[in-house]
Write a protein that binds this ligand. Structure first.
Ligand code: C2E
Ligand code: MG
Ligand code: MG
Length: 758
């Protein structure tokens, strides 16, 4: 995993963890806020209710204890004088602050200090008290008091714990009413309080402050207030009221708004509850500050979280953008050849693989390059070389059809994947490309070599296919003009042969398998005259003679030619020395030197030292260098020629007219002999225009002080023609084939006669 991607995933993980932690904290916090709100609301309600609760509790407690205490000490009330009893009741009533305290006998007949005889046997409180209960009644209308009262009643026990009567105190309901209601500052609608028993019966009720809307009627559980509660909630509330010392809250949404009620049990009687109803804003108003503080904190928290998340996304987006840009750049570098603007090898490989995967189409893999492109670079400069490569790519691109691709692989090597229909069609297309390239490239005549591999095996790698096309290309390389070859198995054999030759060459040189043959050169005067010979190397291998065409190009490629040429030079010197001893002291021998030597500045001196070793004057040696050497670098060639000349060697420009002939270049080269190529001649015997050209070349050479020799003379007509055109010398099978030294020695001995005979 790349470093940046790894880092990115760590950051993503960290942010995810942080985010999760934040979410959890936020949830816990929210939960805390909600429960805090609940307890806060409850404790606020508790605080508001607390004072009144205590007051009512104390009041009821005091009234209940007055009544119960008096009932406890009234077991003998029947035996007492009625007047005494009445004055006792009067005093008690005045002390207690109640409206009236009465004693009731078993039949319900009451005694009061006001001496009213009222039967209360029908009253609920009487019946309950007679059953032994201490009663706090609901508000009832008291006839004698002419107002609403709450009755507190307690049983009077006689002998054997039998209830023999009841003490009842009439408490003014208005006194309770005043204490039941709460007053909360800053709110118009204050809270309304009730005293309720465990069955929900309303015993005491504060003034209704809520206008038309009466929250609670006679029974809490049947009241308007609770009509919005479900059965289940009501059951819960009832259960709650049946618990000792219970307190709690109920919130209800009504048509008239939101209400909150707080309830709590009285200590005097666990079945009695103080139940207060507030409009919700009474309580929530108090909570506003707390809530807003909490909300601000929470929003801040969420804000920070959001900022972190946004920052992360901005960061991720930016890095994503940067990564994308980097990727695009990498892709561009990998797939775009900056020189041509078309694809690279990488792109070609990818595209070719894709195209070849569509097996219904047949393809040919084509490889081509320009012969001696390095020379073009040297001659015209690298900038011009690059411009030519771009031109080539444009031409190829224009000649591509759909489902085909190409790319410059390196230097001037191009690979193409073309749809294959037939050999003829492919040849036609290649010719069209050659034509277009030759038309486009105007400042010199390019020689382009094409190798074509008809793709028969789709499973080969693209590289391997390229190798096969390259093998085919190599067979036509360094030809005289642009050409192409289709790959066949034979070529592979040739490559293997080349490998074989390379393995053997050094050994062959050491064991003198290379021999020098001599081909005579003849003057074209009135009577032919033996001028000398050209030394031509041969490889005699197992009694068979291997032609230089088989190994010289290979040796030029692998550099072995340098060793071989010096070896030939030595052999020539050795033979000349031998012939000298036989009296042939004026014979001139020309020796071929490869253009590869031009790279070595010491080359002329090395040749000189070989001659010196054998005491052969350099003036008897002619160095043949092919005209194509001029393409490596005319400047270097001129320098080497100058040096060779200064050392006394003769120089001849070999194969003139075979390739990039330029008459212009002749004027700069200090050569002695211009050797006109065989191909020039074969074309020209019956060709007026060609003859004119040779005549012009000969004239021009002469005007530059050069002699001319034509090689490859095979017929008498050619001799006649050359004589007519003013050529100085000739060389060819017509006179003699290249021969072993002893053969040439024979000719030397017979001299002119022998030459004439042939
Ligand atoms: P080149 O220097 O142009 O040599 C002349 C070639 O023409 C020789 O081929 C010779 O056998 C051939 N030839 C001569 N007369 C005739 C003719 O009438 N008809 C035909 N068809 N061919 C004729 P060869 O010996 O096969 O040499 C080929 C080339 O190899 C030479 O061309 C030369 O460039 C190169 N070469 C030969 N020996 C050496 C050497 O020792 N060193 C270097 N560097 N190159 C050599
Ligand atoms: Mg030659
Ligand atoms: Mg030649």
């Amino acid at each position: 995993m790349p470093h940046s991607v790894k880092k990115q995933s760590y950051i993503t993980l960290a942010i995810s963890v942080l985010f999760s932690v934040f979410v959890v904290i936020a949830l816990v916090f929210l939960n805390g806020v909600v429960s805090k709100l609940n307890t806060e609301t409850e404790s606020l309600a508790h605080d508001m209710v607390h004072g009144n609760h205590k007051a009512i509790d104390a009041m009821i407690k005091a009234d209940v204890s007055t009544i119960t205490n008096y009932a406890a000490c009234s077991s003998k009330y029947k035996n007492r004088v009625r007047v005494d009893l009445m004055s006792e009741l009067k005093k008690l009533t005045e002390d207690s602050g109640m409206l009236n305290i009465i004693i009731i006998d078993e039949q319900g007949e009451s005694i009061s200090h006001r001496n009213e005889k009222i039967n209360v046997s029908h009253r609920e409180y009487f019946k309950k008290a007679m059953n032994g209960e201490i009663v706090i009644s609901e508000s009832i209308y008291s006839e004698p008091d002419q107002r609403m009262v709450n009755v507190i009643a307690a049983p009077i026990y006689g002998d054997y714990q039998r209830v023999i009567g009841v003490v009842a105190g009439m408490c003014n309901s208005d006194v309770y009413k005043d204490v039941l209601n709460l007053s909360v500052k800053g709110h118009e609608n204050n809270a309304v309080g009730y005293v309720i028993d465990s069955n929900g019966n309303v015993l005491m009720e504060g003034n209704n402050l809520f206008g038309d809307y009466v929250p609670v009627k006679d029974n809490l559980f049947e009241s308007v207030f609770l009509k919005n509660l479900t059965e289940q909630e009501i059951t819960l509330l009832k259960d709650e009221f049946n618990k000792k010392e219970s307190h709690g809250m109920v919130s209800v949404d009504t048509d008239n708004g939101k209400y909150v009620s707080y309830y709590t049990t009285f200590s005097v009687d666990e079945n009695l509850h103080y139940f207060v109803i507030f409009p919700a804003d009474v309580v929530y108003g108090k909570l506003d500050e707390y809530i807003s503080k909490t909300l601000i904190l929470f929003l801040f928290f969420i804000g920070v979280l959001a900022l972190i998340v946004i920052a992360y996304f901005v960061f991720t987006y930016n890095s994503f953008k940067a990564l994308k840009k980097a990727n695009e750049e990498i892709t561009k570098v990998a797939y775009e050849d900056t020189l041509t603007g078309y694809g690279t090898w990488g792109k070609f490989e990818k595209d070719a693989q894709y195209l070849l995967s569509q097996s219904y189409r047949k393809y040919a893999f084509v490889s081509f390059d320009i012969d001696k492109f390095k020379a073009i670079n040297d001659m015209f400069g690298h900038e011009e070389g690059n411009r030519i490569l771009k031109q080539i790519a444009d031409v190829v691109n224009r000649n591509l059809n759909n489902h085909e691709t190409f790319s410059r692989i390196n230097s001037d090597n191009f690979y193409l994947l073309l749809v294959y229909k037939s050999d003829e069609d492919m040849a036609e297309r290649i010719k069209r490309i050659i034509y277009a390239l030759e038309y486009e490239i105007t400042n010199f005549a390019p020689v382009i070599s094409f190798g074509i591999y008809r793709i028969t095996d789709n499973k080969l790698t693209i590289r391997k296919m390229g190798d096969l096309a390259d093998i085919a290309k190599r067979t036509v390389k360094y030809g005289e003009r642009s050409s192409y070859a289709f790959y066949n198995e034979e070529m592979l054999k040739e490559i293997r042969e080349e490998k074989h030759i390379e393995n053997e060459m050094q050994n062959a040189l050491d064991s003198h398998e290379f021999c020098v043959y001599f081909q005579p050169k003849v003057s074209l005067g009135e009577t032919p005259y033996l001028m000398g010979a050209e030394a031509l190397v041969r490889w005699i291998k197992n009694d068979t003679v291997v032609s230089p065409a088989k190994f010289i190009p290979l040796f030029e490629r692998n550099g072995f030619i340098v060793k071989l040429d010096y070896y030939v030079m030595e052999q020539v010197c050795y033979m000349m020395k031998t012939w000298e001893s036989l009296g042939y002291k004026d014979i001139m021998i020309s020796v071929n030197m490869s253009r590869v030597h031009l790279a070595d500045p010491a080359f002329p001196d090395t040749l000189k030292s070989i001659c010196d070793d054998y005491a052969i004057p350099t003036s008897r040696i002619e160095i043949e260098i092919t005209e194509s050497a001029a393409f490596e670098s005319l400047e270097v060639l001129t320098k080497v020629f100058d040096k060779l000349k200064s050392l006394g060697f003769h120089i001849s420009i070999d194969d003139f007219g075979s390739g990039y002939s330029s008459l212009n270049m002749l004027k700069d080269l200090p050569a002695d002999v211009l050797k006109i190529d065989r191909a020039f001649l074969t074309e020209s015997v019956n060709n007026k225009r060609a003859n004119d050209i040779i005549a012009y070349v000969i004239k021009m050479a002469r005007s530059l002080g050069m002699e001319t020799i034509c090689e490859g003379i095979e017929s008498n007509e050619q001799v006649t023609l050359l004589k007519r055109l003013g050529c100085d010398m000739a060389q060819g099978y017509y006179y003699a084939r290249p021969m072993a030294p002893h053969g040439f020695e024979e000719i030397l001995k017979k001299k002119h006669d022998t030459i004439k005979i042939i």
